[in-house]
Write a protein that binds this ligand. Sequence first.
Ligand code: BGC
Length: 265
Amino acid sequence: MTDDSAAHIAIGIDIGGTGIKGAIVNTSTGELLSARIKLDTPEGGKPKDIVETVEKILKSLPDAPADAPIGVCFPAVVQNGKTMSAANVSKKWIGLEAEKLFETSLKRDITFVNDADAAGYAEVRFGAAKGKNGLIIMTTLGTGIGTAIIYNGVLIPNAELGHIQIDGVDYETKASYAAKERDDLNWVQWAARLQTYYAELEKLLWPDLFIVGGGVSKSYEEFLPKISINTAMVPATLRNNAGILGAATLALEPKVLAGANTIAG
Ligand code: BGC
């Protein structure tokens, strides 16, 4: 049975380095209640252009209840609503009061979080991490490498393990899906880089499980079996919708992130 009562409905917006997606979500079941709207991330990824694109997406969701909470996830460290980094978007985001910028433009409250944290939380609530204890590291392989650390179902926000340096190189630039495309790597060549990456994470953090997400995780059979480490690895179950689902859910459950966002403030 589905539960569509208004109290569980929220809008999730997932801002990425290449695309911005949004949908209406039933946050009690993890179902999308609308089509997923996707627009290209504006060239340069500047704040004003991204906010305008998000406005367009919201206008394309006419069936959303007027007061539905909005969760927005973004590819940067987010502390107290401020974006503190900008690996694959304009540097103008660094130190910006991003949550306030969106709230002013959209004229409503929003919840603003890191994209991998949103995806990881969605996997906790609805996907591959549901009901699992221990230390789980969710990785999203896309334009960058996003990571979320989850311990006994609790999200530890703003882990930036995509930027771990291996041989003096920020390894996101070698092992992201964008790097595979840029360097025209076949699955075997890319899996060799992923092997290096996951072996390093394993050595540093000793997780119980890696969840591998991002759009490319739909092709997990091509690369996951080629990675040989001790830690179990599974594909994310929510794929490209994880960010939308997590952002929408966190909009209704802001306490999940309250610790990180109050201590720093
Ligand atoms: C950013 C992270 C983000 C990830 C995935 C990285 O470059 O530093 O904050 O989660 O890309 O978008």
